[in-house]
Ligand binder design. Structure first.
Ligand code: MLT
Length: 266
């Protein structure tokens, strides 16, 4: 489905009935990243799955901040008449957006699941690198991204077909959207305090072999969240939703069914 939010044409999917769960994908992918997890999640969930602006089927803007992606998600929930507090599940850049969402709309968040992501900001060097990559993507296309990122994303045991599929998605990302997201990630603030102040349930999930946001980062994030549980997924790198969807869906399911009822602060 397609709709206009905040002046941007956004593609999204809504699946199932039950407690609302907003799924935010990583960079530079699309809501399709969640497909294997949604297939295995079972009933009782209303999954709301946007393509973040500038990725998948959503239109790009030349400039964006993490808060813009969060505002798009909030506007989409409004459009869908979803007024209940939602569980937000964010993978990698989707985690950065989830934390911006929790900062901007704390009353709208029931719980947070942070998958293969981090709460801290970029180092100055990493941010510089992102700006350089954004310039190159604008000049040469998103193939540059696919070349730079593909080798780091998967566990060594990941099948070649899986790598090839997601490499194609990366290379097909519109260059303006990819460059804007790179600059948005470079400029994102430290969200550790957001997590510290959140005081609702948090789940942290990380691929055991995640080389982009490794398990140490996940543990730091869980500490900032006041000792949140950490699920380390064997056989997954950074792309846990597509590398080990069964394990991720099971971890989410266990956590979702044990959440305090909506409205009760856990
Ligand atoms: C992602 O998967 O969203 C990106 O790798 C995150 C990042 O580069 O920080």
């Amino acid at each position: 489905m397609q709709t206009d939010v905040n002046g941007v044409s956004l593609r999204y999917d809504v699946r199932g009935d039950g407690e609302p769960v907003l799924f935010l994908h990583g960079f530079p992918f699309s809501g399709a990243l969640w497909e294997p997890v949604l297939e295995r999640l079972g009933e009782g969930v209303r999954a709301i799955v946007p393509d973040l602006r500038g990725m998948g089927g959503s239109a790009a803007t030349a400039v964006a901040e993490m808060e813009d992606y969060a505002a798009d998600a909030a506007a989409l929930l409004e459009l869908l008449g979803e007024t209940r507090p939602v569980v937000v599940v964010g993978m990698s850049m989707g985690g950065y957006v989830a934390l911006a969402f929790a900062r901007l709309y704390p009353e709208r968040v029931r719980a947070l699941a942070l998958v293969d992501t981090r709460a801290g900001p970029d180092t100055a060097e990493a941010a510089r690198g992102r700006h350089e990559t954004a310039d190159r993507v604008l000049r040469e296309g998103s193939g540059v991204l696919a070349d730079a990122m593909a080798p780091k994303l998967f566990a060594p045991s990941a099948p070649e077909a899986l790598r090839a599929r997601w490499r194609e998605v990366m290379a097909a990302t519109p260059r303006v959207g990819a460059a804007a997201a790179l600059r948005a990630m470079a400029g994102r603030p430290d969200s550790s305090d957001t997590l510290r102040d959140f005081r609702r349930p948090v789940l942290v999930v990380v691929g055991e072999e995640d080389a982009v946001t490794p398990p140490e980062e996940a543990r730091r994030m869980a500490e900032a969240a006041g000792g949140a549980p950490v699920e380390v997924v064997p056989g997954a790198g950074h792309m846990t939703p597509v590398e080990q969807p069964e394990a991720l869906a099971a971890a989410l399911r266990r956590w979702l069914v044990a959440l305090p009822p909506p409205g009760v602060v856990g």
